[in-house]
Design a protein around this ligand. Structure first.
Ligand code: ADP
Ligand code: ASP
Ligand code: MG
Length: 410
């Protein structure tokens, strides 16, 4: 009697060299022996995707996105084949498949494609004959048979999508840390591993810089309630469960602290203070498919005002082109761009019903003489734009001020 399906995803560092791939194969084979059907998702060998991006950059400053996907998808094809071989060595039947072979169908937005449909036919056929099925993460195929990729960190998305369509008992994310922590454990040494976190909080933390999970994958996991377990590739210990909001979680004010260092601040100075100007600027940015994040506009004491907003660094060039044109039409005086910023955020469902979180955060920053340039809040997060050089110091100070290193009382 089979016990059901488990999806196991292994990130780049977990398959960085032959020894680690053999280690992964042993873990997968052991799960299979316990009576589960196992679908494995693997990322490219550690560092490979970055190397491929770099390689493309040395040929072209502006490579076609279709060709980027052709290039980047090769990384995962290497790791799935090697893992299949490692399982064969252990006398475990296994087959490696690309996204296209599985039938992971996406839209056509190359380099950040969205999954439209996942066929389970081939997966089920191979599982039925006792094979471990190894799927290349991060890739799919559009309706024209063109290879697409799902955005950086996209193997998490592949794992979540497969777990959803196969109704897996668990989607296990194996990585190079022991779970989800109250802050990046590489920055905050006494960050605490969480036993559990809600989809909503994980989505916020991930969108705000905690790269342990791809943000988009958390949207899907939350929408379909996919049971998730983030844990270490190098240990057998329990990691962090990602689940629906549970009662005990509500008593905690702040779940975690994170910083995002890949955004730039744009300030348009002396925008005439009259209706329609902001609309004109942001409409053109939206048309150019630029992802504008925080926006701040102050009241004007004169007849003009400054508007600041942040965009991902990767969109800065496009933003500059749009903004240079728009300032001429609206008669704004000047524009400044600042890439040396970071966005610091605290996240927690408990904030919904508590006040004073912002005050505490600002006090911790003031004590470290960290200047706040922009602020934005939502129900479950507070973000501040600060200087990039202050980011690590600020994460540590805010983490400490909320006592996140200590286990909360239940
Ligand atoms: P993988 O290659 O396994 O997908 P990633 O590098 O994408 O791994 O994500 C794991 C990394 O995420 C960790 O090495 C850690 O430095 C970083 N990270 C950032 N914030 C957090 C957090 N709050 N909890 C755990 N890890 C975090
Ligand atoms: N290899 C891809 C990346 O580095 C996908 C992933 O690792 O999840 O972004
Ligand atoms: Mg990752």
């Amino acid at each position: 009697m089979r016990k059901g399906i488990i999806v196991q995803k292994f990130g780049g560092t977990s398959v960085a060299n032959p020894e680690r791939i053999i280690g992964v194969a042993k873990r997968v084979a052991a799960t299979k022996k316990k009576g589960y059907d196992v679908v494995v998702v693997v990322s490219a060998l550690g560092g490979t995707t970055d190397e491929l991006v770099d390689l493309a950059g040395r040929i072209s400053k502006n490579p076609a996105e279709r060709e980027m996907d052709m290039l980047l998808a090769t990384g995962e094809q290497v790791s799935v084949a090697l893992l299949a071989m490692a399982l064969h060595e252990l006398k475990q039947e296994a087959i490696s498949l690309t996204g296209a072979q599985v039938g992971i169908v996406t839209d056509s937005s190359h380099t950040k494609a969205r999954i439209l449909d996942v066929s389970t036919q081939k997966l089920r056929k191979e599982l039925r004959v006792g094979k471990v099925v190894i799927v290349a993460g991060f890739q799919g195929v559009n309706l024209d048979q063109e290879i697409t990729t799902l955005g950086r960190g996209g193997s998490d998305m592949t794992a979540v999508a497969l777990a959803k369509v196969l109704k897996a008992k668990m989607c296990e994310i194996y990585t190079d840390v022991k779970g989800v922590y109250t802050a990046d454990p590489r920055i905050v040494k006494d960050a605490r591993k969480l036993d559990s976190i809600s989809y909503e909080e994980m989505l916020e933390l991930a969108s705000l810089g905690a790269k342990v999970m791809q943000a988009r994958s958390m949207e899907v996991a939350g929408k379909f309630n996919v049971p998730m377990h983030v844990r270490s590739s190098f240990s057998k210990k329990k990691g962090t469960l990602i689940t629906k909001e549970v009662r005990a979680m509500e008593d905690v004010l702040v779940r975690g602290v994170t910083a995002k260092k890949d955004e730039a601040k744009v300030t348009i100075c002396d925008v005439p203070d009259k209706p329609g100007e902001a609309s004109r600027i942001f409409e053109l940015l939206a048309k150019a498919d630029i992802n504008v994040d925080m926006i701040v506009q102050n009241i004007s004491r004169t007849k003009a005002t400054d508007i600041s907003f942040t965009v991902p660094n990767s969109d800065l060039k496009k933003t500059q082109e749009v903004v240079q044109k728009v300032i001429k039409t609206i008669g704004a005086k000047a524009v400044t761009y600042n890439k040396s910023i970071a966005k610091l955020s605290v996240v927690g469902i408990g904030m919904r019903s508590h006040s004073g979180v912002a005050a505490k955060m600002f006090k911790a920053l003031a004590a470290k003489k960290v200047n706040i340039e922009m602020i934005s809040t939502s129900e479950i997060k507070i973000s501040c734009v600060i200087q990039k050089k202050d980011a690590d110091k600020a994460v540590k100070a805010v983490h400490k001020s909320f006592g996140l290193e200590k286990k909360p009382k239940k």
